[in-house]
Design a protein around this ligand. Structure first.
Ligand code: ATP
Length: 773
């Protein structure tokens, strides 16, 4: 057996030359050599037969290699090793010649094959290179694709992570949404419940609304029927009053008749009594006569008997007989005269009895007539009582209905009055600034104003045309005045530009008398008349008057016995001695300290006080009005009533106010003191406007305290009184600007809702004598 052995450094070097200096392993894995690390260490290798066979066998293995490149490399490596092996054998040729030949052959064939293989390999290599190139290209493409894929993947990963995040967020969101959904579902349930309850409520509200509508329509019909009833009550009342008057007349005439009948009866009775006395006397006389007659008859009888006896005893003396005959004749004549007397007395008796019977008859007649008359009187008295009860009921119904109407209305009422053109204001032919619509629904309530070619329409509770008389106006407010007697606070005030007719409306025309009398004197007349009339129903009233003016924001007592101001002091912005303060109590009554209050009993007294106050009132001449009121004039009548039969008590207040007129400084031509007055007037009216504006807008704060006027009027504007405003309008086209302002203000006032009027009953606290509202 031969095998590779270590041959020293020289062998090794020889191999190195053969290998071309390449430092690589000559054998792949010789079975017995330490092949793995044998490498090119030829000097350390010894070849044996087994090694050569193994080497030869290795070729087969290499041939079977599938991978060309690998096969090629291994084959090259194999050939090198074979050469080394051959060389080794050449060096050691003595013992191994056969193997050398064999090996040579093998080497040749191997070289051949190797060459073929190399060619093949080259082809294959080229092929492979082409494939490799292709593959590289593909690889590059793939790499690119891969890079792209990687990028895509990254992008996908990124989007995935984003999606994941989004998913997580979505999941979170879903969780919260689920929670929300749960809540929402809960809420939905709650809302559904709420909706159903709201639906129920809505249904109930609808029902309530329908019932309210029904109630409203019922109220409306009731109101209409109440109005009808009121009207019929009024008619009945007036008919009852008429009836009452005629009944009273009838009653009086019946009373007269009754008295005369009574007198006739008394006369007849006395006549009857005297006749009865006479009859009694006659009867006594008759009785006496009868007794006399009987006696005389008896005497005649005895005398006749005696005569008979005498006749029997004829022969007795003729003289005796003669005397007896004489006696008998005398007796007979006496008897005859007695009989005559009796007959006359009987005739008289019969006559007297007849007269008595007649007297009895006439007495009976008079008595029956008297009874009839008494019945008629009784009937009339019953009817009178009925009529009075009806009257009281009608009066109560009227009050109730009147108050219901006012309560239903619930706001300040506004009446508009347009004064006629004055002679100095030119002809009526001038273009008309004011017209009155003729539509049925606004008839008597509408007014149209033409200003700069534009028409402005307003509707109020009542509009009085220029031709309306003071009486026409008063008729419309008389019910309101009556309310003051019924225990309500009533306030009527006149508003408008200067010269528009406020003072005319409130106080009256020149002289304030007759047809020209204004609302204040007419109201007082009505109050005194009604007071008189109500006395029959048990009412007693005490009335107190006070009058003040607000001049330049200062209160003045117009009934003060010692007036402490003069024209000079007026000019000094109205600084007088006394400082009057206004206070409102919890009942809504207003008190002005130190104000003169006068008890009044008749219209004359009040007229005197009114004249006195009117004379004391600040007035002056302006371009707009000859006699212009320069202050707000406040007349107050406090009414305290007590019904002694029903023990009812009422306390009413009547405030009648003539405001100073609003005016443009340019138009009024004011200067000096007049200018100051105008400024003060305009300021207080502007405060009134602010108050009305705040009330109309239902603001929490109403600036009542901004002026004396508004503070004084607070209970009338914001409280529980029955308030009526007159807006006075001048028909002059040149005043249309101011008229528009006044009408606008009035419309705003009309829209204000104040409290429901309250009646003050069962109050007897009259010690406070200074209340205004
Ligand atoms: N309805 C009317 N009928 C006839 N004359 C009237 C009427 N209204 C007002 N007048 C007259 O118009 C003039 C001005 O009226 P009045 O003095 O009442 O106005 P006013 O509004 O009170 O003015 P001021 O605010 O300046 O006091 C007066 O001469 C008055 O007699």
């Amino acid at each position: 057996m031969v095998g590779p052995r270590s041959n020293g450094v020289s062998n090794r070097q020889a191999f190195s030359v053969i290998d071309g200096g390449q430092d690589q392993a000559p054998f792949s894995a010789p079975p017995s050599a330490s092949a793995s690390n044998a490498g090119s260490e030829c000097s350390a290798i010894e070849f044996t037969k087994e090694d050569v066979e193994a080497l030869l066998n290795e070729r087969v293995k290499i041939k079977n290699r599938f991978n060309y490149k690998e096969r090629c490399d291994q084959m090259t490596d194999y050939i090198k090793r074979l050469r080394i092996c051959i060389r080794w054998f050449q060096e050691h040729e003595g013992g191994y010649l056969i193997e050398q030949e064999h090996l040579q052959e093998m080497l040749d064939s191997a070289e051949k094959k190797c060459t073929q293989t190399e060619v093949l390999m080259q082809n294959k290599e080229e092929e492979l290179n082409a494939i490799i190139m292709e593959l590289r290209k593909t690889y590059t493409l793939l790499q690119e694709k891969c890079a792209k894929e990687e990028l895509d993947k990254l992008a996908v990963m990124d989007s995935l992570s984003r999606e994941k995040e989004a998913r997580i967020a979505a999941e979170k969101l879903q969780a919260t949404l689920s929670e929300d959904l749960g809540k929402a579902q809960q809420e939905h349930l709650n809302i559904n419940q709420k909706i159903s309850s709201l639906n129920d409520m809505y249904k109930r509200l609808q029902e309530y609304n329908t019932s309210l509508q029904h109630y409203n329509s019922r109220l409306q019909t009731e109101l209409a029927s109440a109005n009808e009833t009121l009207k019929s009550a009024e008619r009945e009342r007036s008919a009852a009053l008429e009836d009452l008057g005629t009944s009273r007349g009838e009653n009086k005439s019946l009373h007269d008749q009754l008295t005369s009948s009574r007198e006739a009866l008394n006369e007849a009775v006395t006549q009857k009594e005297s006749l009865a006395n006479e009859i009694g006397c006659l009867r006594v006389e008759l009785q006496q006569m009868r007794e006399d007659r009987d006696r005389q008859s008896l005497l005649v009888q005895t005398l006749t008997e005696e005569i008979a006896n005498y006749k029997e005893c004829a022969g007795k003396s003729d003289s005796e007989l003669h005397s007896l005959l004489m006696k008998s004749n005398e007796m007979e004549s006496r008897c005859f005269s007695q009989n005559e007397l009796i007959r006359a007395l009987q005739d008289r008796l019969a006559l007297t009895q007849k007269t008595l019977q007649m007297c009895d008859l006439s007495a009976m007649e008079v008595r029956s007539e008297f009874e009839e008359q008494r019945k008629v009187v009784q009937d009339l008295q019953n009817r009178l009582a009925d009529a009075e009860v009806k009257l009281v009921e009608g009066e109560n119904l009227r009050k109730k209905l009147h108050n219901t109407i006012l309560e239903l209305k619930g706001n300040i009422r506004v009446f508009c009055r347009v004064r006629p053109l004055l002679p100095e204001e030119g002809s009526t032919a001038e273009a008309k600034a004011i017209t009155f619509p003729t539509f049925t629904e606004t008839l008597g309530r509408g007014i149209d104003l033409l200003q700069n070619g534009q028409k402005y329409s307003f509707v109020f509770d009542k509009v009085f045309r220029p031709e309306a008389t003071q009486e026409d106006v008063f008729v419309e407010i008389s019910q309101l005045i009556q309310s003051a007697l019924d225990g309500y606070k009533v306030c009527i005030f006149a508003y408008g530009q200067t010269g528009s007719g406020k003072t005319f409306t409130m106080m009256g025309g020149p002289g304030n008398g007759g047809e020209q009398k204004g609302l204040i004197p007419r109201s007082l007349e009505q109050i005194f008349e009604t007071r008189q009339y109500l006395q029959s129903q048990g009412w007693k009233y005490e009335l107190q008057v006070s009058v003040l003016e607000i001049y330049n924001e200062t209160i003045r007592d117009l009934l003060s016995p010692n007036k402490s101001w003069s024209d000079a002091s007026r000019a000094e912005n109205g600084v007088s001695g006394k400082q009057y303060t206004i206070k409102h109590d919890a009942n809504g009554n207003t008190h002005v300290s130190d104000l003169t209050v006068v008890d009044v009993c008749s219209t004359r007294e009040v007229s005197y006080l009114l004249d006195k106050a009117a004379q004391s009132r600040s007035a002056g001449r302006t371009l707009m009005n000859e006699q212009s009121s320069r202050s707000h004039f406040v007349f107050t009548l406090r009414i305290f009533g007590v019904n002694e039969s029903t023990e009812q008590q009422v306390q009413g207040v009547l405030n009648l106010i003539d405001l100073a007129g609003s005016e443009r400084l340019s138009k009024s031509g004011s200067s000096g003191d007049r200018l100051k007055e105008t400024q003060a007037i305009n300021k207080s009216l502007s405060c009134l406007s602010d108050v009305v504006f705040a009330l109309a807008k239902k603001e929490d704060h109403v600036p009542f305290r901004n002026s004396k006027l508004t503070y004084l009027l607070q209970p009338c504007l914001g409280g529980d009184s029955k308030t009526l405003m007159f807006v006075n309008i001048s028909p002059e086209p040149s005043s249309s600007g101011e008229s528009l302002c006044s009408l606008r203000f009035a419309a705003r006032v009309n829209a204000c809702e104040i409290g429901i009027p309250r009646r003050q009953t069962n109050v007897r606290s009259f010690e406070s004598r200074l209340s205004y509202g």
